[in-house]
Each structure stands twice: as structure tokens, then as C-alpha cells.
Design a protein around this ligand. Structure first.
Ligand code: FNR
Length: 232
């Protein structure tokens, strides 16, 4: 528990140009890592810093609804890998026929290759029914947990650790493997490990599966308007 006195206002720290640039560089060079993991274990101190970064994320009403389940056991990971394979086969069959072979060629997880898997969960009951900021918007706890995942992703990148998000699972397959009770939601299943090489941009773009929108096309607008409805 933090001492309230430690949270009292102090003069806002001003970051140097180099510090600011370092943050933007980490953001720009963060990648979803699937296959480039080295087998070397992650130093426990480094892991601790990455998880502390996650725990420093904003959360609705300061509810901190997350938990981090560390999955190292090879047997458990083999079960997770099977759950992925089942869901991935279903997913493959749902793409239009002309995309199926491209989809099958993509590597979409590093469950076995990464030395560490982490499941980030959200306790849907933490803080009770009435939580500041969540009372009218119950999914705010899930969004808070995603903030923690993004902090992890950036901290890991800064530490030279690659991280990949795997979401190709049926919830019902993954829950029993991890022994999760009903009120615990799975937010992210993550693979982490050292990397030597990284794609210089999104791998799905490098492999021609999708393209990354130019920043300029993300229009900053005053309110929602459907571009297709514009008349001139
Ligand atoms: C919620 C969510 C879920 C997933 C992902 C991301 C996010 C945010 N991504 C990674 C995704 O494909 C990747 O972030 C984008 O392609 C952009 O690439 P970079 O992250 O910039 O490298 C992802 N990648 C993958 O190979 N298998 C997966 O199951 C998922 N699932």
C-alpha cells in the first residue's frame, strides 16, 4: 500500500529532449514478436521492472484489476499451443479461399519458442460493483488492463526483450489450462524473450498481409462523420 504522503504533488519533472526522444524511439521500435525469440532466460530483475511498468498503468478508479500469470511449465505450454492450433485452424477456414494459403504461411505465435509466456488477466469483480469511473461503463476494467499490457510491451522493448500477443484461442480452451475462475477474464496471452533481430515495421505489412495506414490518413476531426457520405 502506498503512503498517501508519498503521492503528494511535487513540481512536474521536465524531461530532456534526449529523454523524450528515447520514449518516442521505444514506441516507434516496439514490435509484435512471433518467431525471433532466443532461448536465453529473462533476468528476474528485468522481468520485475517490466511487470512494475505494467503495474504503473492507469486503471479505472485505481482498481488495478490485473494479474500476471507466468507460464514456464512446458506441459502447460504444450496444452496452450494445442489450443492455439485448434483455434488457428478454425480461423484459417474462415478467411476467403484466396487468402487461406497466405494466412497459413504466417507465424502467429511463439508459445514454445519464447522462454516465458505471461497471461494478463482482469478480475471483473475487483473493487466491487461500484467503482469510480466504471459504474456506468463496466468494460473500463478491461481497458485498464490493456493499458498495463501496452506498458509491458514498451518496457520490454526498452529492456531488449521482445513480446508478442497471441489472441487466437477459444476462451473455453484456455481457461481450464490456466485454472481461471469465471470472474477472471483473459485479456492478453503474451510470449516474451530476448531477440537479436526485429522487423523494422509491422511484420504483417512486411509479409504483404496488411498495410499500415499513413499517419495523415488518420483524420483528427471534431465529431464522427462518415467519409463515404461526403458529397464533394
Ligand atoms: C489485441 C491484439 C491482439 C493481437 C495482436 C495485437 C493486439 C493489439 N497481434 C499483433 C498485431 O498483429 C500487431 O500488433 C500488428 O500487426 C502491428 O505490428 P507491430 O505490433 O507494430 O509489430 C497478434 N499477432 C499475432 O501474430 N497473433 C495474434 O494472435 C495477435 N493478436
Amino acid at each position: 500500500m502506498t503512503d498517501p504522503a508519498e503521492c503528494a504533488p511535487v513540481k512536474a519533472r521536465v524531461f530532456s529532449r534526449a529523454e523524450r526522444q528515447a520514449l518516442y524511439d521505444v514506441i516507434a521500435h516496439r514490435r509484435d514478436v512471433r518467431n525471433e525469440f532466443l532461448p536465453d532466460p529473462i533476468d528476474p530483475q528485468v522481468l520485475r521492472r517490466i511487470l512494475q511498468a505494467a503495474h504503473a498503468a492507469p486503471s479505472v478508479g485505481l482498481s488495478q484489476p490485473w494479474n500476471f500469470i507466468l507460464i514456464r511449465d512446458p506441459q502447460r505450454r504444450a496444452s496452450v499451443r494445442q489450443a492455439f492450433a485448434r483455434a488457428n485452424a478454425e480461423a484459417a477456414s474462415m478467411f476467403p479461399a484466396e487468402r487461406r494459403s497466405d494466412y497459413a504461411a504466417l507465424k502467429l505465435e511463439g508459445i514454445d519458442k519464447a522462454p516465458l509466456n505471461i497471461c494478463v488477466t482482469c478480475d471483473r469483480e475487483r473493487g466491487g460493483k461500484v467503482v469510480l469511473g466504471r459504474t456506468h461503463n463496466p468494460d473500463m476494467d478491461l481497458y485498464s488492463t490493456v493499458c498495463a499490457v501496452q506498458n509491458m510491451w514498451l518496457a520490454a522493448r526498452a529492456e531488449g526483450i521482445g513480446m508478442g500477443w497471441v489472441s487466437i484461442f477459444n476462451d473455453a480452451d484456455l481457461r481450464p489450462i490456466l485454472g481461471l475462475p469465471d470472474h477472471i477474464a483473459i485479456v492478453a496471452y503474451l510470449c516474451l524473450g530476448h531477440v537479436e533481430e526485429l522487423f523494422d515495421g509491422p511484420e504483417l505489412a512486411a509479409r504483404g498481409w496488411a498495410t499500415q495506414d499513413e499517419f495523415e490518413t488518420v483524420v483528427m476531426q471534431e465529431c464522427w462523420t462518415d467519409p463515404a457520405a461526403a458529397t464533394d
